[in-house]
Ligand binder design. Structure first.
Ligand SMILES: C[S@@+](CC[C@H](N)C(=O)[O-])C[C@H]1O[C@@H](n2cnc3c(N)ncnc32)[C@H](O)[C@@H]1O
Length: 321
């Protein structure tokens, strides 16, 4: 497997003439194509490229055109620079394919002073721009009259077949649009843990619960990373119009994963980004592929896609043990 990478390295290495270098490069790429990508090869190659002398300005421009931001400082001899750029297209291209298909989870990397792993190290996630958190000032939008028709919350809750007496989490509960419905579904013996990171939303949630006389909901103030959930205790976590705005999705979803019972489910509902006619800003929409490509490497197993809503998809996962 390493043969392909070695040939590529040799192909663009110093001391080879341009034509033999290209031949070696092609042969290396062919080897990789034939045998499949050796994941360990790409980072090694990037490290190696980093040890080469500086690229010329036009080569740097080429590199930037092909969105090689993190590799701009990569160095190469004048003769090898273009080849390096060409090769990096191959490397980055292969890496991106893996990210989209979720084959490679980059769950290692440096942590910051607070011990958090910056989201930029996640190959899977860095391709998506994370939306800003919806502010309390816009909370009334969550109870706009047309929402019941668009999002059909009662039908959604019914279709999820929530176990009576179960424990359900409403992650990013907002003003409680889904929370009180979940509370009804689990019944008096059950419980809903309604998490939000904004105290103003928690206040609005409490008002909703009081107005509706709901008593089996525990409002919880979470942080951007940690939703403060009990471990191995939850039957279902519902995440409606929230995942796209999680600022630390990997960390948050790891806590979510741990909170689920072994047979627990995660239900993500997002506006369909596949449909450009849905009048929601693209940052606030996600495709099924995007959701799956991010969540599967985080320890969730795709179970089912429900597509009965006019503008959203419902994507259901199981906890991977
Ligand atoms: C668009 S609102 C959706 C609210 C609710 N799910 C609904 O469907 O009405 C997004 C909510 O997620 C909350 N949120 C954002 N990031 C969060 C996080 N990391 N943990 C918990 N809540 C979060 C926001 O404060 C906001 O109330």
């Amino acid at each position: 497997m390493l043969l392909g990478w070695r040939k590529i390295r040799a192909g663009i290495g110093l001391g080879l003439g341009a034509s033999s270098a290209l031949a070696e490069l092609r042969s290396g790429v062919d080897d990789l194509r034939e045998r499949g990508l050796d994941r360990t090869g790409a980072p090694g190659l990037a490290r190696w490229a980093g040890e080469m002398p500086p690229l010329r300005a036009e080569q740097r421009a080429l590199a930037s055109q092909i969105a090689l931001g993190p590799l701009h400082n990569c160095r190469g001899s004048a003769g090898a620079g273009v080849l390096t750029a060409v090769l990096l297209v191959v490397v980055v291209g292969l890496g991106c394919t893996q990210a989209v298909t979720g084959q490679q989870s980059d769950r290692v990397g440096p942590v910051d002073e607070q011990g958090r792993r910056p989201i930029s190290v996640g190959k899977v996630i860095k391709k998506r721009q994370i939306a800003p958190v919806m502010s309390v000032a816009h909370a009334d939008w969550l109870v706009r009259p047309e929402r019941d028709v668009q999002e059909q919350p009662d039908r959604v809750v019914k279709k999820l077949q929530i176990p009576e007496g179960g424990t359900v989490v409403d992650l990013g509960a907002g003003v409680g649009y889904f929370t009180w419905r979940l509370a009804k579904a689990v019944g008096d013996e059950g419980k809903v843990i309604a998490v939000d990171i904004q105290p103003g939303m928690i206040d609005r949630l409490r008002e909703t619960l009081e107005e509706r006389g709901v008593t089996n909901v525990e409002p919880v103030l979470g942080s951007e990373e940690n939703p403060n959930l009990p471990e191995d205790a939850v039957d279902l976590v519902l995440v409606v119009d929230v995942y796209h705005e999680l600022q630390q999705p990997e960390q948050t979803m790891e806590y979510v994963r741990r909170s689920l019972k072994p047979d627990g489910r995660l239900v993500v509902i997002e506006y369909r980004k596949e449909d450009p006619n849905i009048p929601i800003h693209p940052l606030h929409k996600m495709t099924v592929d995007e959701v799956r490509a991010e969540l599967e490497p985080m320890g969730f197993e795709f179970e089912e896609l429900k597509s009965f809503l006019p503008t959203q998809h419902i994507i259901i996962f199981k906890r991977r043990i």
